[in-house]
Design a protein around this ligand. Sequence first.
Ligand SMILES: Cc1cc2nc3c(=O)[nH]c(=O)nc-3n(C[C@H](O)[C@H](O)[C@H](O)COP(=O)(O)OP(=O)(O)OC[C@H]3O[C@@H](n4cnc5c(N)ncnc54)[C@H](O)[C@@H]3O)c2cc1C
Length: 415
Amino acid sequence: MSETDSENPVLIAGAGPTGMTAALALHARGVPATIVEADSEDRDRAGSRAIYVHGSTLRTLERVHPGLGTDLVEEGLVWPTRHTKWRGKTVFRRTYDNPGGDGEIPHFSSLPQVTTEKYMHEALDEAGIDIHWDAGVESVESTPDGVHVETADGQEWETPYLIGADGGGSQVRKEIGAEFEGSQSENSFIIVDVETLDGNSIDEEPIPFERLFHYDSPNADGRNVMLVPFTGGWRLDIQCLGDDDPDEIASDEQMREFVRDIMGEEYVDNIKWTSTYKFLQVQADSFVDEHRRVLLAGEAAHLLAPFGARGMNSCVADADEAASAIAVALDSNEAVARDEVELYAARRQTAAEYNIDAAGQALDYLQGDSPVTVLRKEAAASLADYFEPAGEYLDDAPYGPHTPPPIASTGRANY
Ligand SMILES: Cc1cc2nc3c(=O)[nH]c(=O)nc-3n(C[C@H](O)[C@H](O)[C@H](O)COP(=O)(O)OP(=O)(O)OC[C@H]3O[C@@H](n4cnc5c(N)ncnc54)[C@H](O)[C@@H]3O)c2cc1C
């Protein structure tokens, strides 16, 4: 059995959504935890990023820190309408009377990641969990009995378990000798945050309060466009064509033109953040070290395209399951403790594989130069006027399958 106490807490590398959730989930299980973070406290976390927080994630957060899930519900919004256009013409539109469902926790909440993180920080304060800023992990040495960690602020830590939640470039992953394996999307995607007009709440905007996907939009010179509302703004995704120069497409001048044509002249001065991506679809070849004392979680363990919103949602599921495994391991004999950590790795590797495959299906569909996909889309678009399921297929397909990974989890549909 390993010892942990406030002198010797479980150490978490990274104060992103994964690390903060892991700390709260450990605290909820009575396990002392501390976070070491590479950035400074006054850092700027730009961009809306993970705007779509699934109901299962909200329930997990509510469970590990009562009030956190419902705060994110209050801060977020639930758009009521799914709308899909094909080359300028509506092929599917459905509005729900009760889009969030009947429970206290809706099916999803749409809000910028920076707001989610703000509430996570508040929850950490309430729980009395420290973040040590300017303290990036530099080295990790694990043994069968625990982990020795050195951080950039010169501190040395002895901890029974280390959670590597230090994001895509994870130093912890490198230190335990794990490597990312996988692929990268062919096309680039431009992601733009556009603020709501002065003083408006989202449902007072001149553009409809809905999630819109537009195939081959004439307003973007034939590119696919997605527009999604979140608290305080709109997320505009533009999919580059194969021969596009993404930097040119994402230039200020070009972006202002796109925003004018897609959203309206009044929005051109409201562009807040623009970013260009090629999405990685990768996962670590091992989620744990050889001694089963270091657990990788969140983007330190896997990266995937955002279609289907499995990114941050799966990070929160990792964090909760890592905390659960560690809490049991700390109370168990050595062999059982090892098993618990291995079970964590097996479950979350299965989940990551499934999520990467699901996001990959969406990517293949969107990049879609396979003749079968192209034909299927064209056929669905021509049938959509008479046969609603054809339009619904076009509306659904850009997000991949709806199903969660095939592993039993607490709550429903954990990612
Ligand atoms: C454009 C975009 C859109 C997205 N959209 C969605 C979406 O719609 N839905 C969704 O679910 N997800 C989405 N995501 C994904 C989501 O943003 C990430 O999954 C999430 O931020 C990952 O959380 P994390 O805590 O694992 O990593 P991060 O948020 O990267 O946090 C890692 C933390 O570790 C710190 N760190 C780095 N190195 C060290 C070190 N050596 N030691 C200590 N700390 C360190 C970093 O400073 C950072 O604070 C999107 C991402 C992007 C980029």
